[in-house]
Design a protein around this ligand. Structure first.
Ligand code: SF4
Length: 317
């Protein structure tokens, strides 16, 4: 990994350089590759990280006429019908003798510190208790609040995984000590959008912390998205392979390496100091796809929990 990074987006057309700062038949109600369901206890958030710059959730909320982002903005809360949905998914999983993953939350951060969210959080912890056939994947950019905001102390339920978003090395160093202190059955990283190189080698199996159990990586999608240098994600894949940590490549995002695609689009030379520049092309998420080094990477951790019938997770492990 390069010790220093200078990221430069060169738009060749304008010669300008911009500096960058189931295997089961189970119903799936989420477009996100690594989950069956998505549940949002509320909508709304405020930005805390470079990865938040193009927050898709804020854009989506605006599209449906909701202004919910910012510390002073209201949050959107939901009624009983919404809160009953996971009970239904739990019953389906129980009947099919499988487990289902629930991503929580795509339109909020469960660990945002705000007084009006406390009651909803308690409702979420109760819901998690009532749904033992669902694995709840709590993903946050605020891992420093996890232990103080959850009720479980050292005795976390077997159906709760905890993850944090890490888009660059600085945030890895800041967030990993908090994440890896959580006694959850699975601790995972979402390196998406990946905005720089990551060197996690010293964090895999660090004796003073719990292990990293799963790494998800991907590039940014949407009109303002920033390209992901292929070396960053390939470097992460290699680190995971060496450490035997399951790796899931979600997507290239809006930009794909130009050598992979015989399609037209806006070309950008992505130059990184001490690394070779690569041409990236803006083709959109769908065309960019999710192949990395000629294959798809859909690995998942296998936590020590079954639904009591000996069946493990319904998605590939
Ligand atoms: S933490 Fe997540 S939901 Fe909140 S602003 Fe950032 S990207 Fe958006």
């Amino acid at each position: 990994m390069p010790p220093s990074l200078r990221l430069c987006f060169i738009d060749e057309t304008r010669n300008t350089c911009y500096s960058s700062r189931s295997k089961s038949n189970m119903a799936k109600n989420s477009h996100i590759e690594w989950t069956n369901h998505t549940f949002n206890p509320w909508w709304g958030c405020h930005k805390v990280s470079p990865a938040c710059d193009n927050c898709y959730a804020e854009l989506w909320a605006k599209r449906v006429g909701q202004t919910l982002w910012g510390q002073r903005a209201p949050r959107r809360f939901f009624g009983d019908t919404h809160w009953r949905e996971p009970l239904k998914w739990n019953e389906e999983a129980r009947a099919e003798r499988i487990r289902s993953r629930v991503f929580c939350a795509s339109m909020a951060d469960v660990f945002e510190r705000r007084a009006d969210l406390n009651q909803e959080r308690v409702r979420l912890w109760n819901l998690i208790d009532q749904t033992p056939n669902l694995d709840w994947l709590l993903l946050t950019k605020r891992p420093q609040h996890v232990l103080s905001m959850t009720p479980w102390g050292e005795d976390w339920p077997q159906n709760v995984w905890i993850g944090t978003s890490i888009e660059n090395q600085k945030l890895a160093e800041l967030r990993l000590p908090y994440l890896l202190s959580v006694p959850a059955v699975v601790r995972f990283l979402s390196c998406e959008p990946l905005l720089g190189p990551l060197d996690l080698r010293s964090w895999f199996n660090r004796s003073s912390y719990n292990p990293i159990d799963w790494v998800i990586a991907g590039g940014e999608s949407g009109p303002q998205s920033r390209p992901m240098h292929p070396d960053w994600v390939i470097g992460l894949l290699h680190q995971c392979q060496r450490a035997k940590v399951p790796f899931h490549f979600k997507q290239w995002g809006h930009w794909a390496p130009a050598d992979r695609r015989k399609v037209s689009g806006q070309e950008t030379l992505l130059a990184v100091e001490d690394e070779h520049p690569v041409k990236m092309i803006a083709v959109g998420k769908k065309l960019a796809g999710r192949m990395l080094k000629g294959t798809t990477w859909d690995n998942f951790p296998q936590p020590p929990v079954s639904n009591g019938e000996g069946q493990l997770h319904n998605l590939p492990v």
